[in-house]
Design a protein around this ligand. Structure first.
Ligand SMILES: [Zn+2]
Ligand SMILES: [Zn+2]
Length: 297
């Protein structure tokens, strides 16, 4: 199988990265998408894959940086002659999110305009996604893949559920954390995986800063903690992702982020610190994710 990192950034628009999105392509050509943050559909096209050909989308949680390209993904599939309904798997609230987008929803005017054309009337299924709100356990299965999921620790569950996943196909296992603080469920999902794709949103100093600043969520995994998780789960390969702009050189991001981060510390040199801290505990193959990075398993 082939893994294409469509987006490796976090909640801010980032000049260097799209938001969260991972495409898994089986040897038989079937595609599965994990998360659909801003910029994912465009990067999918850059990777030479049509949104109309993606079988299923798993949304790990409903933070905007994991879902806000979903309308673009679905409407593009509709315009590009998709015939079936995309399957969307996600936490509680996914049905609400999807039901309020297309017919009668936020994109009603687009739906009314486009469905006026004869050819678009023939594939309305493409803009009527089938939603599965998952529970911990097997979230989705077809003759090619099994997707297991479990709750992770990012947003209090009574506010909004967040899932990590384990994707199994072709005798291989890939685990993806979504967004989370270190948690036992992720260690279990990642056990002996061929590849662990795990969030690494902030260095430790940024997490500490955010705990005090009262801005946004600080339930993320530090590089040192990620090294411990990868070592405990005995993963064969580690791909940290969902980088929270801490390495940015953008003057605008630095100016805007001053209430969020210790901006005087920001810069690409922090990626060296990330690797150093992961290496305190994990000695296996390690690569920091970048947009459009391809991994063959
Ligand atoms: Zn996120
Ligand atoms: Zn999040």
């Amino acid at each position: 199988m082939r893994i294409t990192m469509l987006g490796t950034g976090a909640a801010f628009p980032d000049p260097d990265r799209a938001q969260s999105g991972i495409l898994v392509t089986l040897d038989n050509g079937r595609h599965y998408l994990f998360d659909c943050g801003a910029g994912i559909t465009r990067n999918m096209v850059r990777a030479n894959v049509s949104p109309s050909e993606v079988t299923a989308v798993f949304l790990t949680h409903l933070h905007h940086d994991h879902v806000c390209d979903f309308p673009q993904f679905v409407i593009t599939g509709w315009m590009w002659d998709r015939q079936d309904s995309p399957v969307v798997i996600g936490p509680k609230g996914t049905q609400h999110f999807v039901s309020h987008l297309f017919e009668g929803g936020a994109f009603k005017a687009d739906f009314d305009a486009r469905s006026y054309y004869a050819r678009r009337k023939t594939n309305l299924a493409a803009v009527r996604p089938k939603v599965i709100e998952c529970e911990p356990g097997i979230a989705y299965q077809d003759e090619h893949v099994t997707i297991r999921c479990d709750w992770v620790e990012h947003i209090p569950r009574e506010i909004s559920e967040c899932f990590g996943i384990r994707f199994e196909a072709e005798g291989k296992a890939v685990a993806f954390s979504g967004d989370t603080a270190p948690c036992e469920s992720m260690v279990r999902l990642a056990q002996d995986a061929d590849l662990l794709i795990h969030e690494c949103t902030f260095p430790q100093s940024f997490i500490e800063h955010r705990k005090k600043s009262g801005v946004g969520i600080f339930a993320h995994t530090s590089p040192t903690e990620l090294g411990q998780i990868a070592a405990r789960a005995r993963v064969k390969r580690l791909l940290p992702t969902h980088f929270g702009h801490f390495d940015s050189t953008s003057a605008l991001i630095k100016r805007i982020a001053r209430h969020h981060f210790p901006v005087e510390e920001m810069g690409p040199h922090l990626m060296d610190d990330v690797v150093r801290d992961i290496r305190k505990h994990y000695a296996g193959p390690l690569q920091l994710a970048t947009d459009l990075l391809r991994v063959d398993l």
